[in-house]
Design a protein around this ligand. Structure first.
Ligand code: SF4
Ligand code: SF4
Length: 322
């Protein structure tokens, strides 16, 4: 990775700033309550209630951090309904870092209300096993592919079996994307040479769910980079970037996956880490904030965040070839 440009990131959060059980929510004070974010928010557009808008949720988070309200059922519901899409952050003229605020709130919800054994088991299955183990995820993807390409899926749907599944499992089944064939899900080669004169060496994040569901997109991304003169390295040992854990309030695993991702990509000796999944890219650009309170990792996280580029940012740096 290139040298750290410490001027390109904001200062680390102050230990004396406003915190929600140790997590910085200083950004709440940047909100000037102008309401310009309201029309960009899908939950406000649908529900029309102030507490389901970014501005309302910011007031809730500030009040929680200042100890003026408790985490009631109603507060949990308004905070949980947020999609963490960060559309509000994009349009905010005051630069409120909304994504970081809602992630701190989600962590607080999990701390205070971890739920019963069933909920905790489902969370462990998703966050602790599937998303942290590429092998387990590959097995599940293969099983789901089989379920979809045989008559089993049609049989299950026609039988009414889904109606008796507990919780939201039936809704999950309906949302299943078509799983690609094994050739698309297979890992990419570790290194792909640049076509023509080499411009730079970049490392590609192939991700967790991305490789299982959209492996063909990863291959296309690597191919476009190579055709544009980039030597592409796909580090073995990479996995989930931890974005889903951070969105879901699992701060400890999000931090562990961030450290693992940084260590893996540091070994690649690449100028940049290229990402074709905007959610992962946005999260990895924020590792500097996630690990700001960890003295052993803060500087490495800042250097890493500065090296993360969306595929469009990488390609826009030089004239396109071909
Ligand atoms: S979050 Fe930004 S856009 Fe929304 S009310 Fe606050 S300052 Fe205005
Ligand atoms: S992140 Fe939450 S509050 Fe912001 S626009 Fe999306 S749903 Fe609305």
């Amino acid at each position: 990775m290139g040298p750290e440009r410490t001027d390109a990131l904001p200062a680390a959060p102050s230990p004396a700033g406003l915190r929600l059980h140790g997590l910085s929510v200083d950004g709440v004070n940047q909100c000037v309550h102008c309401g310009l974010c309201l029309s960009a928010c899908p939950t406000f557009s649908l529900l029309g209630t102030e507490m389901d808008s970014p501005r309302g949720r910011i007031v809730l988070i500030k009040s929680l951090a200042e100890g003026r309200i408790d985490l009631t059922d109603s507060a949990v519901e308004h905070l949980s309904l947020c999609l963490d899409c960060r559309a509000c952050e994009t349009v905010c003229p005051a630069g409120v870092p909304y994504g970081r605020l809602i992630e701190a709130a989600r962590a607080e919800i999990e701390r205070q209300r971890p739920g019963g054994p069933v909920r905790r088991s489902v969370r462990w299955l998703n966050f602790g096993l599937l998303l942290t183990s590429p092998r387990a995820l590959a097995l599940v993807a293969a099983a789901l592919r089989l379920y979809q390409v045989t008559r089993l899926q049609r049989l299950v749907r026609a039988s009414g079996l889904l109606r008796i599944l507990p919780g939201t499992l039936a809704a999950w089944e309906a949302l299943l994307p078509p799983l690609p064939p094994a050739a698309d899900r297979a890992p990419l080669p570790e290194q792909i040479p640049a076509a023509g004169a080499r411009r730079a060496r970049v490392a590609l994040l192939t991700g967790c769910v991305q490789q299982a569901v959209f492996g063909a997109h990863n291959r296309a991304t690597a191919s476009v980079l190579a055709k544009n003169g980039y030597e592409v390295v796909i580090p073995r040992g990479q996995g989930c970037c931890g974005a889903l854990h951070a969105h879901g309030g699992d701060r400890a695993r999000a931090g562990a996956l961030a450290r693992q991702t940084i260590a893996t990509f540091e070994q690649a000796g690449a100028e940049a880490v290229v990402v074709n999944t905007s959610g992962c890219g946005a999260h990895m650009k924020g590792y500097w904030h996630l690990l700001a309170d960890d003295p052993a990792w803060a500087a490495r996280a800042r250097a890493f965040s500065l090296s993360v580029r969306d595929i469009s940012e990488q390609l826009a740096r030089e004239p396109l070839r071909g």
